[in-house]
Ligand binder design. Structure first.
Ligand code: HEM
Length: 436
């Protein structure tokens, strides 16, 4: 009798846990429903997003709050729940961040800044730059960002300082045309076959998701200096750019947790993740009224889904060679460390597997070796989905964290990089004209 009671209790607890795990909670989107922007805002644009689009590009990107003081709404328990999620699923979450960076780089005002600083426009530099980004974000996932002396505290000061320096440099240039002229990537790109393939495929996907929509023009300018890029934002690295980058770190994780193997992510953990990013965004200078993550998990899910459908995916449908060039540099750089992470296979996985988009033209770009690499990634993702508590991947990621931490200690505290400090070289398959 006693054992039957215990068994019943176990089953009940398991059922309760399952019902709170990721497959069950409401509000997440099937990727397919994201391709029709009009349908995604049929009930109106979410108010924070509406404000962000209307006012955000003109709003200076740093609220001026001190980076070492928590916001008045800071909830230590929720923040810790967010850190717990990253501790259980570091591999899946890091992979989501990598895919999201490809996506957000399609937003021209974000891409412009990366091109301007020239710190990620070759595979070598991109490797260094994104390694440091992962280290910075990893520090916030694993230490108290408000406790002086911790890794997270030091990285917060450092990143806020980097942003401040670049923002001042760009915004205070008397000759704004000079901002673009200072970039070392010239206007013309050669090769870059994926941009046209992405445009062709995604236009098709959007048209069938949304048949009443007009197709977007397929001819897209091949240069950085096209009109869309030249419509310079009122403020460089504005609140809009900051919140869209915050979107990148949060949205894919909460919209598609199962795609990244976060099989046991409960509402509580995902809500904690959202709050953690609400807090990080605050300390990086995002104003509360533009903060993508305010209002908890469900409010953020709606906002994240609408931002994806109305801003990010429409920009990806206009994929341009400068985006492809910078994304290729990032992929080639990451491939130094992550085997098989070449651009074509990563693009295929992001579009076909994460976003459920049939992409025949992108698939046609894959070499036989890249097809094998895609299969390998699919196998790993499948294994991650079955490894619900991440027992297998946890030791791998602990080792990666250790390496990150050790290397991050070597970066001098005030080591703000000089802009455009190295000799350029080329990314395979997609070449930029380099200005001398
Ligand atoms: C929530 C938003 C953001 C987060 C979490 C974030 C995170 C980071 C991190 C961790 C670094 C350090 C990387 C390193 O040490 O090289 C960094 C540097 C940098 N970030 Fe951000 N960032 C955000 C928003 C933005 C935005 C909106 C832009 C531009 C539009 C931007 C542009 C840069 C630049 C230019 C650097 C210096 C390295 C370089 O020149 O590429 N960031 N960011």
């Amino acid at each position: 009798m006693a054992s039957a009671t215990v068994r019943f209790a176990c089953v009940a607890v398991a059922a309760l846990a399952a019902s709170r795990a990721v497959g069950a909670f409401p509000g997440r989107a099937g990727a397919a429903s994201l391709w029709c922007p009009e349908a995604s805002v049929a009930d109106g644009l979410e108010p924070v997003l509406q404000r962000l689009v209307a006012e955000g590009p003109h709003a200076y990107g740093d609220s001026g709050v001190p980076e070492n003081t928590p916001p008045p709404w800071y909830d230590r328990k929720r923040f810790a729940a967010g850190q717990r999620l990253t501790e259980i699923y570091p591999v899946g979450i890091t992979y989501a961040h990598i895919q999201a960076l490809y996506m957000v780089m399609a937003v021209p005002s974000v891409l412009d800044v990366l091109v301007y600083t020239g710190n990620s426009d070759t595979p070598d530099e991109a490797w260094d730059r994104y390694y440091d980004t992962v280290a910075g974000v990893g520090s916030w996932y694993s230490s108290d960002i408000y406790e002086p002396g911790t890794w997270g505290y030091e990285q917060m000061k450092r990143v806020r300082g980097l942003h401040r320096m670049v923002r001042l440099d760009m915004n205070e240039r008397p000759d704004q045309e000079g901002v673009r002229n200072r970039t070392r990537l010239g206007g013309n790109f050669s090769g870059c076959p994926a941009s046209a393939a992405v445009r062709r495929d995604l236009d098709e996907v959007a048209s069938s998701a949304c048949p009443f929509r007009k197709r977007s023009p397929s001819a897209v300018d091949n240069t950085i200096d096209n009109k869309q890029d030249n419509e310079k934002p009122k403020s460089w690295m504005s609140q809009y750019d900051m919140a869209m980058t915050q979107w990148a770190f949060v949205a894919p994780v909460i919209l598609f947790p199962e795609k990244y193997g976060l099989a046991n992510a409960t509402e509580e953990l995902l809500d904690g993740f959202v709050h953690m990013w609400e807090t990080i965004g605050y300390s990086l200078g995002i104003e509360d009224k533009f903060n993508m993550c305010q209002g908890g998990l469900n409010a953020t899910l709606l906002r994240a889904r609408q931002a994806m459908a109305t801003i990010v995916l429409p920009q990806m449908r206009q994929a341009r060679p400068p985006w492809e060039y910078m994304a290729r540099c990032m992929a080639d750089g990451l491939a130094y460390f992550i085997p098989g992470a070449d651009f074509n296979s990563q693009l295929e996985i992001m579009l076909r597997d994460t976003l459920d988009a049939p992409v025949p033209s992108v698939t046609a770009l894959l070499s036989p070796l890249q097809r094998e690499s895609v299969k390998g990634y699919r196998g790993i993702m499948e294994a991650m989905r079955h490894d619900r508590e991440n027992w297998f991947f946890r030791p791998v990621s602990s080792a990666a964290y250790y390496i990150l931490k050790t290397r991050a200690r070597l970066i001098p505290k005030d080591g703000i990089k000089l802009l455009r400090h190295r000799n350029p070289h080329r990314s395979k398959d997609c070449f930029a004209e380099i200005r001398s």
